[in-house]
Ligand binder design. Sequence first.
Ligand code: FMN
Length: 182
Amino acid sequence: MKILAISGSLRKNSFNTQLLNAAAVAADEDTLVTLFELADIPLYNQDLDGEIKPAPVQAFIDAIREADALLIATPEYNYSVPGVLKNALDWASRPAFNSVLKGKPTGIISSSMSALGGARAQIHLRDILVATLTPFYLVPDFALAASHNAFDEHGSLVDAGTRSRLENYMAGFAAWVMTQHT
Ligand SMILES: Cc1cc2nc3c(=O)[nH]c(=O)nc-3n(C[C@H](O)[C@H](O)[C@H](O)COP(=O)(O)O)c2cc1C
């Protein structure tokens, strides 16, 4: 199974990008998790959204099309998703109701330094994915709180219980993705 991982943070030491790397480790051996970098995606401009799109946008759309599933790790910015992530999803969402996001099984995870682990951003992201007709995995959910204490210097999750919870999430997510492709 090919999973395209999308981090809502461009920060070099992003906890959400580290979480996606940890998810790749937690996934079973039949699952390939590949990170797509959103850094080169320009701000959405409908004038540029024609047959020929900006190259980074086309690369993003192609990567989504080729993936069996998406796994999005989002930070929480002011109780919602970062503009970087919303912007990328807006590009991928056209043509409306018939884009590469339509029917693409998607997992939503988050991390934040707060005690809520980005849960409020997850709720907003669910709403966005409703608009793009993107089915998302519901339970178990995964939100990593106190992310500044969660990783060691190599980017590995320090807590065995958290690693096990992420393994459980990835196993459940992969099983659900299979049901979406039958
Ligand atoms: C503009 C901005 C707004 C933020 N708002 C929230 C928030 O509403 N809730 C929260 O838990 N953390 C908030 N934070 C803290 C982020 O969750 C924290 O910086 C997190 O590490 C960002 O994710 P990253 O490590 O993947 O870059 C905010 C950070 C920034 C820069």
